[in-house]
Design a protein around this ligand. Sequence first.
Ligand SMILES: *Cc1c(COP(=O)(O)O)cnc(C)c1O
Length: 364
Amino acid sequence: MKFNKVLENIKTYEAGKPIELVVREFGIAPEDVVKLASNENPIGTSPAVKQAIIDNAGKAHLYPDDSMFELKAALASKYAVNESNIIIGAGSDQVLEFISRAVLDEKSSVLMSAVTFAMYEIYAKQMGAKIYRTASYEHRYDEFMEAYQMHTPKIIYLCTPNNPTGDATSKEEVLKIIHSVDKETLIVVDAAYMEYAAAKDSKYAMEPNDILSFPNVIYLGTFSKAYGLGGMRVGYGIADSEMIEQLYKMRPPFNISTLSLAAAIEACKDETFVKESIVLLQEQIQRYEAFAKENGFAYIESYTNFITYLFSDDMDSTKIADALLKRGVIIRNLTSYGMNAIRITVGTAKQNDIFFKHFLEVIS
Ligand SMILES: *Cc1c(COP(=O)(O)O)cnc(C)c1O
């Protein structure tokens, strides 16, 4: 059996390890496992959203509303855009896939920063496209322009704040790149963590309306992080209506389930929950910064709900991540991104206590 040649150089996406796996492999009780690996919301899901999911359980036998009228209306009002500017995906991941399939082929290329969201590369490679990266993990204007002029990529990915590093690019810098790029290049502004960045420093805050006048730019958002709905798989793209019309051709019918739609609609109404999530994050991330300083290693200043610890040669991130895993603490090792570093999702006070305790034991 022969598969498409492009599959030969695709490495399967490695998701954060689930709690169940650690329970099975290391015999740790589920309540003792701390998962700080997938940037999920540690306080869970808003109670109103949980109720909405329960209330809609009786509709499970019916196909969902494929027009997604209510969710689009909620997003349109939240961001002051039109419904025709919005496409909903099973996670913003699915919108990334639509974008890739809509514009790439085996003759095209894409451009992204040195260390960024792994799925950009995977979706582009599925189409046989070539991958170019800048030298830095930060999104630097000069590096992007140089590579853009050299390779004329079909897509430029700007991940701000950036995952897995946690740094952000200022709105000014992002707009400078957008202004300097020809309309034939599609620019993705992936704003999966924008709620956290906007709360920290308005210089980094971007909204769909900042890009809507550019026909070649799309803004991506998700309910998986600050809104606490990772398990429901809802994300969105906001762009010029002509781009949305094209992307719609890639969409399978009923791509968002009835319960996911109900959850996301309710989540839009509960901004208090998002604010609480951000307050907790801001309190707890300070502990991670202080902890790094006390123990003498570096970290990247974070505009997200996770923090990246950078190690020097005397510390090995793989050994540290493995030792933590055996103790039931799941974090993300960044060696596959070429970094001797770990990424930790900031948890509740209690989860973070457990991380600090085990981490100190592991490194001593
Ligand atoms: C989490 C994440 C997404 C998408 O998440 P979905 O759950 O698919 O909505 C997209 N981009 C980045 C950078 C992310 O970290």
